[in-house]
Design a binder for this molecule. Structure first.
Ligand code: PEP
Length: 250
């Protein structure tokens, strides 16, 4: 399967920055069309920049775009929320759910993430469900237990390779410059693949991304590891050069 190279832009940049970044990515892909043979590309800008990205990628099949969260409710009196259907209506194909920053800072639980994933699927979005252990959980040898509970708790019924991507993002690696050793990533991705049988339709073809300080230098070994089907990339997705260099490494 092609690797999915996904950028999580988080809460960064101005509208102009977003326009420049997507133009640089599209130009970079135009100059290196061979990257499209091995990789699919996704960018997840802040909500307010989605329409500019939609405009920029209009008529291009090279990059799809998504959001970083959606509401658990379908619609109605939920001030400040954005529904899955609104994202789909705005051209999004994907939505990141249960990122560890939201689990930590917004108190998101597996049950809430599952509801959001149900909404995402009902709206026709592909849910990228994030899981991963903290440093303390790994030090205590509990990383598999934690990830298993997150997968069992946050995957909705009806999840399939077509509507769900898993992102394994060890919390201690996100934004810290530390990455998992490729061998450790391989062990966890293999474990997740096993967990997916019985939980999703077509588990062998369900993409499992690695996330956590992936950079061009570390990408080659991580993306070569068995069951690593791409990367969810934060910091290094904010420049086209680094983002595309990760795809080159794949
Ligand atoms: C992320 O937050 O999804 C992420 C992987 O961030 P970074 O690459 O900056 O660690």
């Amino acid at each position: 399967m092609k690797k999915l190279i996904a950028g999580n832009w988080k809460m960064n940049g101005t509208l102009d920055d977003a326009r420049v970044l997507i133009a640089d990515i599209l130009n970079g892909l135009h100059a290196q069309p061979e990257l499209l043979k091995t990789c699919d590309f996704l960018v997840c800008p802040p909500f307010l920049h989605i329409s500019a990205i939609r405009h920029a990628v209009y008529n291009s099949k090279d990059v799809v775009f998504g959001a970083q969260d959606c509401a658990a409710a379908e619609n109605g009196a939920h001030t400040g929320e954005i529904s899955a259907a609104m994202l789909r209506d705005s051209g999004c194909s994907h939505v990141i759910l249960g990122h560890s920053e939201r689990r930590q800072h917004q108190g998101e639980t597996d049950a809430l993430i599952r509801k959001k994933a149900e909404r995402a699927h009902a709206a026709g979005l592909i849910a990228i469900i994030c899981v991963g252990e903290t440093a303390d959980e790994r030090a205590a040898g509990n990383e598999k237990k934690v990830v298993e509970a997150q997968i069992r708790g946050s995957l909705p019924a009806g999840a399939s390779a077509a509507n769900t991507v898993i992102a394994y993002e060890p919390v201690w690696a996100i934004g810290t410059g530390k990455t998992a050793m490729p061998a450790d990533a391989e062990v966890m991705h293999g474990f997740i693949r096993e967990l997916l049988s019985g939980q999703v339709e077509n588990p062998e073809n369900t993409r499992i991304l690695y996330g956590g300080s992936m950079k061009p230098d570390s990408a080659k070994a991580l993306l070569a590891a068995k069951n690593v089907d791409g990367g969810l990339i934060g910091g290094a997705s904010l420049t086209a050069r680094e983002f595309l260099a990760i795809a080159q490494a794949a």
